[in-house]
Each structure stands twice: as structure tokens, then as C-alpha cells.
Ligand binder design. Structure first.
Ligand SMILES: [Zn+2]
Ligand SMILES: [Zn+2]
Length: 423
């Protein structure tokens, strides 16, 4: 049996999992401060949800999905992104009858069959949020504001916000023609993927990751320059609201995002840190998505950020969330009676919120002390017949060996172990 996890997946063990917990708590917290409630979704959906909700012409649907038939012959797909599933749930549960806007956030694992590289895995995690029910540019600005605030609270500084509008379907069909006319005499020199995209959705060509193609696109016409008056006004209002919140941005007419359902506002938060440059978070407005999944005309706007990518960035910019320092007490025991007493005392201490462990292996005192030192305990009390008879013992701080006499009761011990200071 191959004991390695499948390629592109990984295990997260302590203490790294503690950093994940910190990050998750902070994300929950900021979303709740903006009035979002958490949605939890199944890990797979009917394939159609993504074919319709992400778009048949996207790379995700064409090349990257884990799709399989279940035993009853239904085509199912492990979710490759979050938004389509959230919109599917929105329709299924009739949330369009709730007071607007409906604000939902998520933390989820996702699956894409992609080339594995640093920061890109086949099972990966995203944090995201979706706001349904309002076409007002105030939503776009608040969604962007949430991400901006979250990254600032984490301490990331070398990050810039890039903003664009890809217009409404009318703007885009006008632009398709303009772009197609421009590409027609040039398309033969583009990569094979782009030649397919030329037929299916020429807008996708702007997203091509082949550097030579990006260079060829240098003087292609821009959708941004041909926005109709409504889409132009929407974009200007978004920038006005961002200005009012003091959020800095750069307009980048080349951002299109990889998914078909976006409309008008699209944005990316991009690392400026040398060595980890790249997109940390992307999002935008998707006014046609709910309708594409069989719901009504319900506008929406949201974002998603890759958690692995974010952690890489936090590490590179030296702001990984630190684990709160907590006391961890080990109750060593000299004999069977002391082991029994230690189990009871540990139970009472845990009820007081103190991390407490006692011997579960039946080891010698020496071996127990070695274990306590290696396993990150901050304090030890040794229990033997003397301690049980007197009802008190010596609380030893492992960092410097300092000892003090303490009564063997949960209150007395807790008062000596300030959970804020482990040493
Ligand atoms: Zn438009
Ligand atoms: Zn290409």
C-alpha cells in the first residue's frame, strides 16, 4: 500500500493546524462583523451545477473537474469552487423570499485536477462570501472592503487591489465582436487553447497564462473602454465608495477572472511581495448566476481567497497568526493510586479550562518527565503517596524549574496558571 497521501493533497498536523484554526476564527469573526452567516455545503454537487454555474467554456469545467458517476449512474463532481454551490443552495432553499441582501460566507475544501506546484494543490481550501439580492454598487464596495479589512487585520501590507469592470452581457457581446475582429488575422499565432477559446469565448483569451500570448495581446482593444453608460456609472460609483472608505486600488482593464458568470465589477488582491507575487483573493459581481441555475433574476457579488496561498503570503510577510500562549499542565504519578487521583484532578482542571494530561501509559516517573518536556507542557505536578496524604504538591514550571507549593484543588491550581502566560 502507498502510504503517501494522493498527489496534490496534504495532511495538516499540529502545530500547523493551530495556525489554520486561528485564521479560520479570524475569518469567521470578520464575516460576522459584516453581517454574514456561515453556509456549509456538500463536497459534491450534480455536475450540471458547475457546468451551468461556472460555465462550459471555463478551464475549470473543461479540464480540471473531478467528475464521476455514482453507483446509480448520476454524474457528480467534487466542488471545484464555492460560488456555484452557494447559489444552488440559495435557489433550493428559496432564499429569494428573504429580506435582501442575503449574506453568506463559507470556508471549504475544493478539488481541481491541476499541475501541482507550490501554493497550488488538487485539494485546497478557500474562504469566501457571497451577497445576494442587490445590484447596487454599494455591495461591490462593501465586499471589497471586507477583504481589504481582513488582510489589513492580518497585518499584510504588500498587497494591492486591482479593479475592473467587464460590463453586462450587452457590453460583452459588443466587445466579443470587436475582439474577434481584432483577433481573426492574428489567432493562428496564439496557443492551441486560445484557438479553441476563439470559437467558444474569445474573452477567455485575455486570461491565457502563456506569456507569449500575453505579449501578443498588448494592444488588443479593451472592454473597459467600451462600457455602456449604465455599466460605466456602476463602476464609477464603486470607485467613489472605495475612495470614501480610504481603500486604494488600481484600475486594471485586463482582469477578467476565470469564470463565466461574472458581470461588471471584478477585482483581485495581489501580493507585491517579491517571491510570492500573485493573486491572494479574487471576486466580483455575478448578476446572471442565480438565473443560470434556475432561480430568478437575483444579482450577487462575492469573493474567494485561497487559504494555502494566504498562509504562504502571511509567512512571507512575517505575520502568521501566533498561537495564544496557554498553560499546559502535566500530572505525573508515582504509583497506581496517584494515577487514579491524577485522572480525577485532571478532569476537574479541564472543567476549569486548563489543558491537563496525566499518565496513560504506565511509565516510570523519569519517562513521564521526559514526555512532559518534549510534548510542550509548561508545568508539572508530581503526585505520590505524600501528596495524596497532604492534599498539596509542588507546581513546577518547566521553562526555568521554579517550584511552588500548591493545594491539589482545581481552583488553587488555576489561580497559579494564568492562561495568558505559559512561562
Ligand atoms: Zn453594460
Ligand atoms: Zn493562449
Amino acid at each position: 500500500m502507498d502510504q503517501a497521501a494522493p498527489r496534490g493533497t496534504r495532511d495538516i498536523l499540529p502545530p500547523e493546524s493551530g495556525i489554520w484554526q486561528q485564521l479560520e476564527e479570524r475569518f469567521d469573526d470578520i464575516c460576522q462583523r459584516y453581517g454574514y452567516g456561515e453556509i456549509r455545503l456538500p463536497s459534491f454537487e450534480h455536475t450540471e451545477v458547475f457546468a451551468r454555474g461556472v460555465g462550459d467554456s471555463s478551464d475549470i469545467v473543461r479540464k480540471e473537474m473531478y467528475t464521476f458517476d455514482d453507483r446509480a449512474g448520476r454524474s457528480l463532481t467534487l466542488r471545484p469552487e464555492g460560488t456555484a454551490g452557494v447559489a444552488r443552495a440559495f435557489v433550493q432553499h428559496g432564499l429569494s423570499s428573504e429580506a435582501y441582501p442575503v449574506k453568506l460566507y463559507y470556508r471549504m475544501n475544493l478539488f481541481r485536477y491541476e499541475a501541482v506546484q507550490k501554493g497550488r494543490q488538487r485539494e485546497f481550501n478557500q474562504f469566501g462570501a457571497e451577497c445576494f439580492g442587490s445590484a447596487d454598487p454599494a455591495v461591490d464596495a462593501e465586499v471589497i472592503g471586507l477583504v481589504d479589512r481582513f488582510l489589513a487585520e492580518l497585518g499584510l501590507t504588500a498587497v494591492r487591489l486591482e479593479l475592473n469592470s467587464i460590463g453586462c452581457p450587452d457590453c460583452r457581446s459588443n466587445y466579443h465582436e470587436t475582439l474577434r475582429d481584432w483577433l481573426r488575422p492574428r489567432i493562428a499565432s496564439f496557443c492551441p487553447d486560445c484557438q479553441q477559446r476563439f470559437e467558444m469565448n474569445p474573452l477567455r483569451i485575455l486570461d491565457c497564462k502563456v506569456p507569449e500570448d500575453q505579449a501578443r495581446l498588448h494592444d488588443a482593444p479593451l472592454l473597459f473602454d467600451g462600457l455602456d453608460p449604465d455599466c460605466r456609472a456602476h463602476f464609477e460609483r464603486v470607485t467613489e465608495l472605495l475612495d470614501a472608505q480610504g481603500i486604494r486600488y488600481q484600475i486594471n482593464p485586463r482582469i477578467v477572472r476565470g469564470l463565466d458568470y461574472y458581470s461588471r465589477t471584478v477585482f483581485e488582491f495581489i501580493s507585491e511581495n517579491v517571491g510570492t507575487q500573485g493573486t491572494i483573493c479574487g471576486g466580483g459581481r455575478y448578476d446572471g448566476l442565480v438565473a443560470a441555475l434556475g432561480g430568478g433574476e437575483v444579482p450577487g457579488c462575492g469573493f474567494a481567497m485561497g487559504v494555502e496561498r494566504l498562509l504562504m503570503e502571511l509567512e512571507a510577510q512575517s505575520c502568521l497568526p501566533s498561537l495564544p500562549a496557554r498553560s499546559r499542565l502535566y500530572l505525573a504519578s508515582l504509583d497506581r493510586a496517584a494515577q487514579t487521583a491524577a485522572a480525577g484532578l485532571a478532569d476537574r482542571l479541564r472543567q476549569e479550562g486548563i489543558t491537563t494530561c496525566s499518565d496513560l501509559v504506565g511509565r516510570s516517573l523519569r519517562a513521564q518527565m521526559k514526555y512532559a518536556a518534549r510534548s510542550g507542557f509548561s508545568h508539572v505536578i508530581v503526585l505520590g503517596s505524600d501528596e495524596l496524604a497532604s492534599g498539596s504538591g509542588r507546581l513546577r514550571r518547566l521553562s526555568d524549574g521554579a517550584e511552588e507549593e500548591v493545594r491539589l484543588d482545581a481552583d488553587a491550581i488555576r489561580s497559579r496558571l494564568d492562561p495568558r502566560t505559559a512561562d
